[in-house]
Design a protein. Structure first.
Length: 98
């Protein structure tokens, strides 16, 4: 079960980008400081533009698992299109059951 992670259910502890502080991203990684960090100075950082993150912050939920709209269309699209999306779904489902 996910101990820590993004609003979307991704296991941020396993992310090579976040492990590098969002700055030392290798090939195939996304420059990201993590959902719960402040503004990033990582070049090309995309987490600040994440629709899932913005929605969760606006709704005041700890993760999408705590949202009354779970699973919304944006999250469903993410699960289907993002590598690791199905694992994120499993993590959020586990959180909902807990």
């Amino acid at each position: 079960m996910l101990e820590r992670g993004g609003f979307c259910g991704l296991d941020c502890d396993a992310c090579p980008s976040l492990a590098g502080g969002g700055k030392d991203c290798g090939p195939g990684t996304i420059p990201c400081g993590g959902c719960f960090s402040g503004p990033s100075d990582a070049p090309g950082c995309s987490f600040e533009d994440c629709r899932i993150r913005a929605c969760a912050l606006e709704r005041g939920v700890p993760t999408c698992a705590g949202c009354d709209r779970y699973v919304c269309g944006t999250l469903e699209e993410f699960f289907k299109s993002f590598p690791g999306g199905e694992g994120a779904r499993e993590n959020l489902n586990s959180r909902r059951k807990a």
